[in-house]
Design a protein around this ligand. Structure first.
Ligand code: COA
Length: 495
């Protein structure tokens, strides 16, 4: 067989792998967008209520970005629960101000919370906290999904953290607003109770620690929803809620008016240059990205399709070539790009630490493109001090206090994953391309290392199509640039 034929076959195979991958992701995303069963959605609509995504649409500005975090959470993990874990969490613009929306889906298991639902809620809160975004929670939830209590109740990062984060954010002046659309029981009622302002819908919304059925079971007392926790009662008598809405649309309109009175909106701390499309078409990234066993492109090919005018001011181009560093702009935002391009050597690690230090001094956001099989492990590498230089890189990544965005573009393994700002190094957001893999060992099977599993476990925030990455990064930079700059303090560098 001649080589051109071999390449032709490879392309065919690669296209087929990519198409299958994209199709399975799309199916998951469609299921997430649909929510509960047709019967549950019909029942919900018959009560005159909007579906969760309709509520979001009605609250956001026309044409607002919609940055969903954790769309594929728990995909396939719970029987009868579509991807998303009974909740939608997304950042978008309300009256021109970025807000975090945290929205129960009452068409799935009564909007009750599973362990992964609490994790998704907490992740959305942490994103909001880091970026000082007002949290707007749309509540209609039966509280804990009782058979999953052990994953909801005891630990940090679960249900208790939702409440803790609310009050700590509030203590830092981060706005908490709730809309109560339906019966909200137990955990579902604490969330609004801990907010600054609460809107509740007449004849629909209700808040109680135990439902009328629970009260009957516990005390034998028969009591209706309204006197126990109805909208009218909470607005007139208990004062637990602040605004009485006539229906869903009215509640959303009231909320838009609340957001108009949150004081001065935060401004960008950087000057954004005029945006310029890359000279190389970003859509070509879909074909360049790694997929299956096929090798990916040189990271400069990727960078050229992500940055304005495809201009990349490379730093130390002739040194430590397995880590590519340099300055560029994305939709006008200045960024420092740190891209894995092979096994990380001592030189590459030291160069990365040097570059990150420069970005910290200049308050330039960092974009990590993660694709590296690991740190070099040979005796030559050991004698070259890869350990101490790798430590330097980890120190710089962790401590450099500028916004950090990570995109897992390829296959990233072992400590390279951490050094390229993996989840534990707390990037402001972590995105993955559909064909990306991340794991301790390169041998991990796809059902563990693949992007779909990372999204399912909420180890990444979103799986983005390569061709849409530039847009997502620009939106994230716009959010991240609206918090005040903070000084960086590094730990001791090993020299
Ligand atoms: N734990 C586990 N499953 C629950 C649940 C809970 N706390 N609350 C509701 N569900 C399930 C129901 O079994 C049903 O499951 P199915 O779709 O597999 O049949 C589904 O959620 C929908 O519940 P249903 O009562 O049919 O819907 P609804 O819209 O009429 O009412 C609620 C929803 C939440 C108002 C109502 O189910 C309720 O009051 N639940 C009890 C809430 C409670 O007491 N929670 C205390 C938690 S600590």
């Amino acid at each position: 067989m001649d080589t051109s034929q071999a390449h032709g076959d490879e392309d065919e195979q690669r296209r087929a792998t990519r198409a299958a991958l994209m199709a399975s992701l799309q199916t998951c995303k469609d299921q997430a967008c649909l929510g509960g069963s047709e019967k549950a959605r019909k029942l919900h609509k018959s009560r005159g209520q909007l579906l969760p995504r309709e509520r979001i649409q009605a609250l956001l500005d026309n044409g607002s970005p919609f940055l969903e975090i954790g769309q594929l959470t728990a995909a396939g993990l719970y029987d009868g629960v579509p991807p998303g874990a009974t909740m939608v969490t997304a950042a978008g613009l309300v009256g021109g101000r970025w807000c975090m929306l945290i929205v129960n889906d009452p068409t799935v298991k009564g909007g009750t919370m599973f362990g992964m639902t609490t994790k998704r809620h907490v992740r959305a809160q942490l994103f909001a906290w880091q970026h000082r975004l007002p949290c707007i929670t749309m509540v209609q939830s039966g509280g804990a999904f009782l058979p999953d209590l052990e994953n909801i109740f005891p630990d940090d990062g679960q249900g208790g953290s939702i409440m803790y984060n609310q009050v700590k954010m509030s203590s830092e002046g981060i706005v908490q607003i709730a809309l109560v659309f339906g019966p909200s029981t137990a955990g579902g009622s604490y969330v609004p109770a801990l907010c600054d302002e609460v809107v509740i819908v007449r004849n629909q919304g209700a808040m109680f620690l135990g439902s009328p059925q629970l009260v009957y079971a516990a005390t034998g007392e028969v009591i209706d929803v309204e006197p126990l926790g109805g909208a009218e009662m909470h607005c007139r008598i208990s004062g637990v809620t602040d605004h009485l809405a006539e229906d869903d649309a009215d509640a959303l309109a009231i909320t838009r008016r609340i957001v108009q009175h949150l004081g001065e909106p935060p401004r960008l701390r950087w000057t954004r240059a005029a945006a310029e499309p890359p000279r190389h078409e970003p859509g070509q990234l879909n074909g360049l990205a790694r997929c299956g066993a096929h090798a990916g492109a040189d990271c400069r090919e990727i960078i050229a399709r992500l940055v304005d005018g495809s201009r990349f001011q490379e730093f130390k181009q002739l040194h430590g070539g397995t880590l590519v560093c340099g300055f560029a702009r994305i939709e006008g935002f200045e960024v420092g790009v740190v891209a894995g391009n092979g096994e990380l050597t001592a030189q590459a690690a030291a160069k990365g630490a040097h570059f990150i230090e420069l970005c910290g001094q200049r308050d330039i956001a960092l974009v990590f493109l993660a694709d590296s099989p690991g740190f070099a492990a040979s005796d030559r590498a050991g004698q070259g001090g890869v350990g101490k230089h790798g430590a330097k890189l980890l120190n710089a990544v962790a401590n450099c206090d500028v916004p950090k965005l990570t995109v897992v573009t390829g296959h990233v393994h072992g400590a390279s994953y951490h050094a390229l700002c993996g989840r534990a190094f707390k990037p402001n957001a972590l995105l993955m391309w559909p064909g990306a893999r991340a794991s301790a060992s390169p041998d991990a099977p796809d059902h563990e290392a693949g992007a779909l599993n990372w999204a399912r476990q909420l180890w990444c925030d979103a799986v983005v199509e390569p061709g849409h990455t530039r847009e997502a990064l620009a939106q994230l930079l716009d959010i991240a640039g609206r918090v005040p700059a903070r000084p960086t303090a590094y730990g001791a560098f090993r020299m």
